[in-house]
Ligand binder design. Structure first.
Ligand SMILES: [Zn+2]
Length: 279
């Protein structure tokens, strides 16, 4: 079902992978009885969708789509990329975000958006999901990731990408020195290799450096979202793409979500609501 952007719909999140199969019919019937019209699934279900590197399991999604459709509910599919399966992080701990003391810290949503290995894994999974469900009439839209946050990662990849980001932003080291006011306490840089992330082991950290690092972290998160949106768009023409941000959370610049790639429509509030591409 294609949702009408001028209508308000009631829906719920549901996690089929948490429940016995025989419970699905009962729960979906209760949703319908309560007047709900939309249900979101698959958010955070990476290991259920892909328990091994080369094993994809979509049968349970197919089955749930049938159960929902039988009761007239439309489904929003979540891309499950806020979590990261053990089969990835156990063998590649570098995908986990590194803190400012150079220790890795796991947990939901705490991975490095700039890690190329993880990016490839995400793009493969999202591509497979979009190929399979991009034209499925039972799926009304997509939610990318979940409550995106601006993870400040201090790994070597982020260090390298931060310097590239600064080169693009300021154009020259002289301009960077001027913008950051590095003459203060004699912190002028003479080579790009001296420009570090504002990690805890630095002798001095400037507020300008910390601010730009926050901007870089935000943009890294938004690009993570944009990469997925571009893949989904290649496979669908009737489904909306959205994101459930954390509202007034300041770790991600929400305006960047639409500025960074104007072909992408993203929802910038906490409720689900399809928005037209022109916004
Ligand atoms: Zn990183």
């Amino acid at each position: 079902m294609t949702l009408d952007v001028n209508q308000m719909y009631l829906g719920t999140a549901y996690y089929p992978e948490h429940w016995p199969r025989e419970r699905w019919d009962i729960d979906v019937a209760m949703m319908a009885d309560a007047g709900l019209q939309v249900v979101r699934i698959a958010e955070l279900a990476w290991t259920t969708l892909q328990p091994e590197a080369d094993l994809f399991q979509f049968n349970w999604v197919d089955e749930f789509l049938d159960v929902a459709a039988a009761k007239g509910l439309s489904v929003i599919l979540g891309t499950p990329t806020e979590s990261c399966p053990p089969w990835i992080w156990r063998n590649h701990p570098e995908v986990v975000a590194t803190d400012e003391f150079h220790r890795i810290h796991g947990g939901r949503g705490r991975y490095c958006y700039n890690n190329r290995f993880l990016q490839a894994k995400i793009e493969r999974l999202v591509g497979r999901m979009a190929e399979r469900y991009g034209h499925d009439e039972r799926v009304t839209g997509w939610q990318i990731d979940n409550e995106l946050r601006g993870v400040r990662c201090f790994c070597q990849q982020c260090q390298s990408d931060f310097r590239d980001w600064l080169r693009a932003r300021y154009g020259s080291l002289e301009a960077l020195n001027k913008a950051w006011g590095t003459v203060f306490w004699s912190q002028q840089y003479s080579t790009w290799e001296e420009v570090d992330l504002p990690s805890a082991d630095q002798l001095t950290r400037s507020t300008s450096q910390i601010l730009d690092h926050s901007r870089f972290a935000s943009e890294s998160a938004v690009r993570h979202l944009a990469r997925q949106a571009r893949i989904i768009r290649q496979h669908t023409n009737h489904q909306f793409i959205t994101h459930n941000s954390m509202g007034a959370y300041t770790g991600v610049d929400l305006t960047d979500m639409v500025r960074i790639d104007r072909t992408i429509s993203l929802l910038l509030i906490t409720a689900w609501e399809p928005i037209p591409e022109s916004i």
